[in-house]
Design a protein around this ligand. Structure first.
Ligand SMILES: *[C@@H]1O[C@H](CO)[C@@H](O)[C@H](O)[C@H]1NC(C)=O
Ligand SMILES: *[C@@H]1O[C@H](CO)[C@@H](O)[C@H](O)[C@H]1NC(C)=O
Ligand SMILES: *[C@@H]1O[C@H](CO)[C@@H](O)[C@H](O)[C@H]1NC(C)=O
Length: 366
């Protein structure tokens, strides 16, 4: 708890120095404590896939009429609260990287990780990212018809933690000033917003745009232009969960979507950016992302589209439905999922007790 408080304090500090992105990188950080996520309520009956698909299709700004007012409210609030000239939003990263996002994983844990685990981490991350990106494809001059997301590196306390072949990955044992594994700053976009990666051993091709920071015992999450930080146990035990909702929320922050702890826009109640009110990206979330794009795109010269069109990786639609049981014990770790409608994983907790947040999600909590 002490640690969490100090993190909140740091986040507030960081938020006050917005708008001075270089040379010493100031970031954009939102912190969400564990409690805030504990009340998700599913919106499934009105947000089935077919409905979402239908509503994603308009390629111009035409939100459903009931969302017009709340969307205007959140955008007005955003421009009053943040410096929108900030140049390291997820959109800026995406444009500079020509539609390919490179990720580096910070593994803040002493648990070893197999090659299969790493493959599953990348797949879960890509799938989550895609849930946001599908709101942008074909929408209002968005220049990419596919966004490639690739894990290019892992930062670990010791290389021995990475079992199996690490070929194709950059393995880092560098740390931040707190001694926590961090992928080399020389290769990180957060530290090089001028896109000058001349000091990165593999050059620009091996740079990373942001980090997925997985921390043992971390409840809640934090997100910003530097990436997303969530509990290692939570993420690893939810790799096959349809909506890894804390990750989805933190990814929203990378794209500058705000929190809603102190107010709620008119007429909307459950959505992923209001922590604890939804467990999946809703139409309101999607239209917020589109609204941000609509306003921010003017900073890119889209009439002259990015030189190279992104290689659209035809993601082989792997429809594997095998649930991977929690390795070893058959119990869910602290903050891992331990129940809920459709859950086939472990239902007993290695630590803490299994508490139902709603019909679809139960979690091991202290
Ligand atoms: C993790 O490993 C580091 C050394 O690599 C050690 O200093 C630390 O105490 C370990 N932490 C735990 C919880 O075992
Ligand atoms: C890139 O950075 C290196 C050193 O960090 C510097 O020497 C070089 O001039 C920079 N290149 C450009 C194009 O700014
Ligand atoms: C966009 O075009 C304008 C006018 O041609 C130019 O001044 C500006 O530098 C360009 N911006 C970018 C990001 O390319």
């Amino acid at each position: 708890m002490q640690y969490l408080r100090s993190l909140v304090a740091a986040a507030v500090l960081v938020a006050t120095v917005l708008g001075t992105p270089t040379p010493s990188p100031a970031g954009l950080t939102w912190t969400d404590d564990h409690e805030s996520f504990s009340n998700e309520r599913s919106l499934l009956p009105t947000h089935d896939t077919s409905l979402t698909k239908r509503q994603i299709s308009p390629s111009t700004w035409s939100p459903p009429s009931n969302l017009v007012t709340p969307l205007q409210q959140v955008w007005d609030h955003e421009v009053q609260t943040y410096n929108m000239n900030f140049r390291n939003f997820g959109f800026d990263q995406l444009i500079d990287a020509k539609g390919s996002i490179n990720i580096c994983v910070r593994w803040e844990s002493n648990t070893s990780v197999t090659a299969a685990d790493r493959t599953a981490v990348e797949a879960a991350y890509k799938r989550s990212y895609e849930k946001w990106m599908q709101w942008l494809y074909k929408f209002d001059s968005f220049p990419f018809s596919a966004v490639n997301v690739k894990v290019v590196g892992w930062a670990v306390r010791s290389t021995g933690l990475l079992q199996g072949s690490t070929s194709g990955l950059d393995v880092y044992t560098t740390t931040d000033s707190d001694g926590i594994p961090q992928c080399a700053p020389a290769c990180g976009r957060f530290f090089h917003q001028d896109n000058n990666y001349s000091q990165c051993p593999g050059g620009a091709a091996r740079h990373y745009d942001h980090s997925l920071w997985l921390t043992d015992g971390f409840g809640g999450g934090a997100g910003g232009d530097w990436g997303q930080r969530i509990g290692r146990e939570y993420f690893m035990s939810n790799l096959n969960t349809a909506n890894i909702h804390i990750l989805l929320h933190e990814m929203g922050h990378t794209y500058a979507l705000d929190d809603f702890y102190d107010w709620t826009p008119s007429g909307v109640s459950g959505f992923i950016m209001k922590a604890g009110s939804a467990s999946q990206i809703t139409d309101f979330d999607g239209w917020m992302l589109r609204d941000w794009w609509r306003h921010l795109k003017t900073r890119y010269n889209l009439s002259s589209p990015p030189a190279s069109t992104p290689a659209s990786t035809p993601t082989s639609t792997r429809t594997s439905t095998t649930t991977v049981p929690t390795p070893g014990t058959g119990t869910a770790p602290l903050y891992g999922q331990c129940g809920g409608s459709g859950w086939t994983g472990p239902t007993t907790c290695a630590q803490g007790t299994c508490k139902a947040a709603n019909e679809w999600y139960s979690q091991c909590v202290l």
